[in-house]
Each structure stands twice: as structure tokens, then as C-alpha cells.
Design a protein around this ligand. Structure first.
Ligand SMILES: [Zn+2]
Length: 222
């Protein structure tokens, strides 16, 4: 059994939870899935997971479940290690006045998380790892601004190109107030890696990320 990560040829000797267990309260972890992973691509003990969760919660406002998860999962870790996580989150923060603070987002850190998450979701829904000739780009809707023409084009593109029918739809976490689940994901594309794939992630029904897995055509020389 090989590793779930794109292009990795190592043997999957460990199990990786998708989404990460650390995001979920006790009692909601049972629903999670696992994929086979090599040591290198197993992020389950990664410190980045909590950084990413903190950013998701802070940017998913207003959401009752985001606040609840932040309080239970992120807040207890803020002061560990001499406040390492708190300092990392506050680095470069801008005080906007009247109590509001804008926190910078470490996009490369989010990218490595969402690329790995997309690989896991694709592995589960397609039955094998994402082939090497796919390029991954993650788009963070809440960081793009509300009326970005880029986002409108993406949303219209998904609907018309794939007729709105996902290959896979997965939901994790019990629905809370206003039916907020912690994580839902839809996978659009043609089965058997016959096309580009679009993975639409949503945390708390608010923090949306679109991962575009673009099929690079291999040009044959004649
Ligand atoms: Zn691997």
C-alpha cells in the first residue's frame, strides 16, 4: 500500500487522519477517515495543524462552532512553549483602532496544509493518489475580498463545467447551530483522473478554500 501523497512512491507505513483529529471535539473524531501515509507525509503530529486551525477559526467569524472550537482546541495551546503559538499568530498584526486587530496569514503554511488535505480527499474519493502531472493551487475565499471577480469566475466555472454534480461529498463534525459542520468537502471532476479536479473545502460553513488540481497535458513530440 503506497502513500496517499501526490508523487510519493514510499510505502504507507502509518495512518494519517483526514481531516486532522486535533480539529475535532471528543465524540466527533469517530467520523474521520484515514489514509496510508509514509513517515514524511504524516502530518498528524504537526504543529502547523493548530496554526491552521487558529487561522480558520479567526477567519470564520461569525460562526458559533468556530468560536467553540477555538476556545476548546486553540486557546489551551496559546501559552505552551513560552507562548510560541500566540507569538506566531500575533507576528505582524496590525491594530486597526477601536479594539480591532488584523492578523497576517502565513499563506505557504496554509498551502502545505490544504495541498495535503486535498491529496487525502482525492485518495479517498478516487481510490489512488493524485498523479504527478497535476498542479495544485489553493484559493482562500476569505482572503480574496468579497467581490473579487476571480472568485466569481471560479464559482461560475465550477457550476457550468461540472454541471454542479460533485464526484464526492463528505461531511465531518456534528451539525451544530445553523447546521454548521466543522468540515465539508466536495470533489468535482471526471472519475479516473480524466480531467482537472476541483476540491471545495468549507470549515464551519464559512471558511471556504477552493483547491484547483490542474491536469497538465503531456505534449507528445511527433
Ligand atoms: Zn509519502
Amino acid at each position: 500500500m503506497s502513500c496517499y501523497f501526490q508523487g510519493c512512491r514510499k510505502v504507507g507505513t502509518t495512518r494519517e487522519h483526514i481531516p486532522p483529529r486535533s480539529f475535532f471535539p471528543d465524540g466527533e473524531k469517530e467520523q474521520l477517515m484515514t489514509v496510508r501515509s509514509c513517515e514524511e507525509h504524516n502530518n498528524s503530529k504537526s504543529k502547523d495543524d493548530i496554526y491552521v486551525l487558529a487561522q480558520i477559526c479567526m477567519n470564520a467569524s461569525p460562526s458559533n462552532r468556530a468560536r467553540e472550537v477555538f476556545q476548546n482546541k486553540v486557546a489551551p495551546q496559546l501559552e505552551f512553549n513560552n507562548g510560541a503559538l500566540r507569538k506566531r499568530l500575533a507576528k505582524g498584526a496590525v491594530n486597526l483602532g477601536n479594539g480591532a486587530v488584523r492578523y497576517p496569514v502565513d499563506v505557504p503554511r496554509l498551502d502545505s496544509f490544504f495541498t495535503a488535505l486535498s491529496c487525502g480527499v482525492v485518495f479517498k474519493s478516487c481510490g489512488s493518489a493524485l498523479p504527478e502531472n497535476y498542479k495544485v493551487k489553493n484559493i482562500y475565499h476569505c482572503l480574496e475580498g468579497n467581490s473579487s471577480p476571480f472568485l466569481t469566475a471560479i464559482e461560475n466555472g465550477i457550476d457550468s463545467f461540472y454541471s454542479g454534480e460533485p464526484m464526492a461529498l463528505m461531511e465531518f463534525g456534528d451539525p451544530g447551530a445553523k447546521n454548521e459542520r466543522i468540515y465539508t468537502v466536495k470533489v468535482f471532476g471526471i472519475p479516473g483522473f480524466g480531467s482537472s479536479i476541483t476540491v471545495v473545502h468549507e470549515f464551519f460553513g464559512k471558511f471556504k478554500v477552493t483547491s484547483m488540481l490542474t491536469h497538465k497535458l503531456v505534449m507528445k513530440s511527433s
